[in-house]
Design a protein around this ligand. Structure first.
Ligand code: BG6
Ligand code: MG
Length: 214
């Protein structure tokens, strides 16, 4: 069965914003008197904000009232927004625009599936919005990755069957979410993550063969 649509995760696949999420969480944990390493960050990559906090509280043995959680979540997002105030097309990852142009040239439909509430803002700031037929973000779906909802809603809005969609993802939670939705998955991480069908280092120099899953 041929691929008719390509669905992208945003942070860490198209835009170099992952490090800003990392830095914001690092600062939050520092204020709570805890270390936060790159390895710790792997546990929350691709995971929605409130779920990330739950994982971190458990990981670092911290208890917190619901009110305090709300305050921390707001602060994390404010820090992230401060970090991204300057982002523009320079923050696109390698090969992104060329690959999106190639997909459009070949008549494929394209979509974003991100659980970030800041998706629209980041797409606007980096000039990417024009490339996508469908954009599903944290305001449209509530179930965080690895739940398949974000990818299933994407397929529904694209009006394309999930097994005719190829997904580009960089996180374990994201790969699992897309596989559970019944899609083909390319891990953009330099190594196979979970049940991903293929893996690549970046979107640089890709051709249409990347969408061949036979
Ligand atoms: C994902 C990021 O895309 O979005 C996560 O990989 C982030 O790090 C999640 O926690 C939620 O994003 P936001 O912008 O709503 O905090
Ligand atoms: Mg990601």
């Amino acid at each position: 069965m041929g691929i008719k649509a390509v669905v992208f995760d945003l942070d860490g696949v198209l835009v170099n914003t992952d490090r800003f999420h990392y830095l914001a969480w690092k600062r939050i944990l520092w204020e709570l008197g805890k270390e936060f390493s790159v390895e710790d960050n792997e546990q929350i990559k691709g995971v929605a904000r409130s779920k990330s906090l739950e994982i971190l509280l458990q990981m670092k043995n911290i208890t917190m009232s619901e009110v305090e959680k709300m305050r921390v979540l707001r602060k994390k997002n404010n820090l992230y927004l401060e970090y991204i105030t300057e982002i523009d097309e320079e923050y696109l990852l390698e090969g992104v625009e060329e690959f999106l142009e190639l997909l459009k040239f070949n008549g494929l439909r394209t979509a974003i599936a991100s659980t970030s509430d800041n998706t629209s803002l980041v797409l606007e700031m980096t000039g990417l919005k024009k490339y996508f037929d469908v954009i599903i973000d944290g305001h449209k779906v509530k179930a965080p990755k690895p739940n398949p909802e974000v990818y299933l809603v994407c397929a529904m809005e694209l009006q394309i069957e999930p097994d005719e969609c190829a997904v580009f993802e960089d996180s374990r939670a994201g790969v699992l979410s897309a596989k559970r939705a019944g899609m083909k998955v390319v891990a953009v991480s330099g190594r196979i993550i979970g049940e991903a069908d293929k893996c690549i280092e970046s979107l640089k120099n890709l051709d249409m063969n990347i969408l061949d899953f036979q």
